[in-house]
Design a protein around this ligand. Structure first.
Ligand code: HEC
Length: 501
């Protein structure tokens, strides 16, 4: 591979990458968006679950504050309970909620459901089980420093499993709280007895001393979201591919249909041509048998007459009879020769050459000098005729037949005149033989080229000349037609030769 090829290869590769880049980027964007949307749906579900749990905790807090405490204080006032009595199982809502959540997790376990981590995490816990871990500790700091932040949530990975982690600050420490969370010596006696050490004491009002830290497992949801994303993405890509494939297929089918339709049209044209040729052949067979019949009838009739004359010894008449028989035989011979000729034109074509039309026309006119002089016809040939690429011998026949035709149909013209010339029509050279003879009615313009179609039955010739011309010109890939202003106005026989000739 030389440098040039390498460059071309590089350009092609870059183009391929560029072309592939757009669908790939589009696919990635679609997949990422889908995954985000589906995950968000599942996560919002998990978040709702968390909030429900926290709300039910709050409900329990309320119950303890508003129902249990008043009932307890009433009993203490009435002397039913000792003034020093303190039990977190009754007094501390954080205790009750934690224990309650422990039971809840046990129930979840029994039901085969995943447990839900919950902690009222504090940096200075009274009960060591409430000790905040490093992360929770940092969140307590964050909530205290940024009062506008009311919650924190994040998908976290713990031991290979995914969880939605959620945290909100617990109640702000108020003066009422300070009674049990301020100086140790100020707290109720019973409490002091139960909780030795400084944990939970020395707190200040106006800060968050803890957060509610909770997390629910979302591994299943996230893998479901992933599977959904994958299948949806694959589905969308498949749909796109199907769409494009379908378009390409349609294009291919359309193309095929067009070509088939064109083929049908072509075939139909060929069929029509064949039909025309068949009809022509039929006419031909009919005309041939008809035309051959009349000399035969003549021969038959005159051989009968000859026989009679022979028996009678009428020798003078016999010479006449013989002449008629011989003439009829000659005519038959002419007809058969012409027929043979016309049938061979299609098959025998001499090699084409650049033919000097000036010379060719001159030759033909020399051959026809006799009949031309007899009819006293003046012939003009346009000078400098362009050469024609054709079969010379056949072209001679064409010109000869056209000039003969002009001679035969000259009529009683006082100043008979034939002109051989050429003109140009949209880049094609049109040669023509023009006369000022009897002319042709427009309705016969097609017919004149048919076999044995003589316009004037009395005229000489077999009537095959123009059919022969037509055949030769067609074999040359050209066209022949007649132009005439009508009867008595002369006619112009024009022909062209196809491009390949
Ligand atoms: C009557 C005493 C009392 C009052 C008033 C009180 N607490 Fe407590 N608090 C306790 C006890 C006892 C515990 C430890 C319970 C346990 O063993 O889990 C506790 C625990 C907590 C905890 C759990 C962390 C830890 O230290 O173990 C938080 C947070 C808390 N209290 C916040 C408050 C807030 C905020 C207020 C005011 C709105 C308040 N407390 C009022 C007695 C009290």
């Amino acid at each position: 591979m030389n440098l040039e090829n390498l460059k071309i290869f590089a350009v092609k590769a870059r183009r391929a990458v560029n072309m592939a880049a757009l669908p790939v980027v589009a696919m990635v964007v679609v997949a990422v968006t889908l995954n985000y949307a589906i995950s968000a749906f599942f996560l919002s579900d998990a978040e709702e679950k968390i909030k429900n749990i926290l709300l039910s905790h709050r409900g329990l807090h309320q119950y303890i504050q508003k129902v249990m405490h008043p009932a307890f204080y009433k009993a203490r006032e009435q002397g039913e309970i000792s003034q020093d009595f303190y039990a977190p199982e009754i007094f501390s809502s954080s205790f009750v909620v934690r224990v309650d959540h422990g039971f809840y997790n046990e129930e979840l376990k029994k039901a085969g459901l995943p447990e839900i981590y919950y902690k009222l995490a504090s940096n200075n816990p009274r009960n060591p089980v409430n000790k905040a871990d490093e992360f929770e500790s940092s969140l307590i700091k964050m909530f205290n420093e940024n009062s506008e932040i009311s919650e924190f949530k994040k998908v976290v990975n713990i031991d290979g499993k995914k969880y939605l982690y959620f945290a909100i600050p617990f109640l702000e420490t108020s003066n009422a709280c300070i009674r049990c969370h301020g100086k140790r010596e100020d707290a109720p006696q019973g409490l002091q007895a139960l909780y030795p050490g400084q944990g939970g004491f020395n707190e200040k009002a106006g800060v968050y001393r803890a957060i509610e830290s909770i997390r629910v497992p979302v591994s299943d949801e996230i893998s479901t979201a992933f599977i959904l994303t994958c299948s949806l993405s694959v589905g969308i890509i498949a749909m796109f591919m199907l769409f494009f494939f379908n378009r390409r297929l349609k294009r291919t089918v359309d193309k095929k249909t067009y070509s088939l339709e064109a083929e049908v049209v072509e075939r139909k044209k060929k069929e029509d041509d064949l039909e025309k040729k068949n009809a022509e052949l039929e006419r031909f067979a009919y005309t041939v048998s008809h035309d051959l019949k009349s000399p035969i009838i003549t021969i038959k009739g005159f051989t009968g007459a000859l026989e009679k004359d022979l028996l009678k010894g009428n020798y003078e008449r016999m010479a006449g009879d013989l002449k008629r028989v011989s003439d009829a035989a000659d005519r038959m011979n002419d007809l058969l020769c012409d027929l043979l000729e016309i049938s061979t034109v299609g098959r025998v074509v001499n090699t084409s050459e650049a033919v000097d039309m000036n010379l060719l026309v001159e030759d033909v006119l020399a051959q026809l000098e006799g009949p031309l002089r007899n009819s006293d016809i003046k012939v003009t040939v346009q000078s400098d005729l362009p050469p024609l690429f054709c079969d010379r011998q056949r072209m001679c026949e064409v010109v000869q037949n056209l000039v003969e035709n002009a001679i035969n149909y000259m009529g009683d013209q006082v100043d008979p005149h034939i002109l051989f010339g050429v003109r140009e029509e949209s880049g094609v050279k049109v040669y023509f033989v023009q006369d000022n003879g009897i002319g042709i009615d427009e309705k016969y313009h097609e017919n004149v080229f048919g076999l044995f179609n003589k316009l004037d039955a009395k005229s000489s010739g077999t009537g095959i000349g123009l059919a022969l011309v037509k055949r030769i010109i067609e074999v040359h890939g050209g066209r022949v037609w007649v132009e005439s202003d009508g009867v008595g106005k002369g006619s112009r026989f024009c022909f062209t030769v196809g491009r390949n000739f």
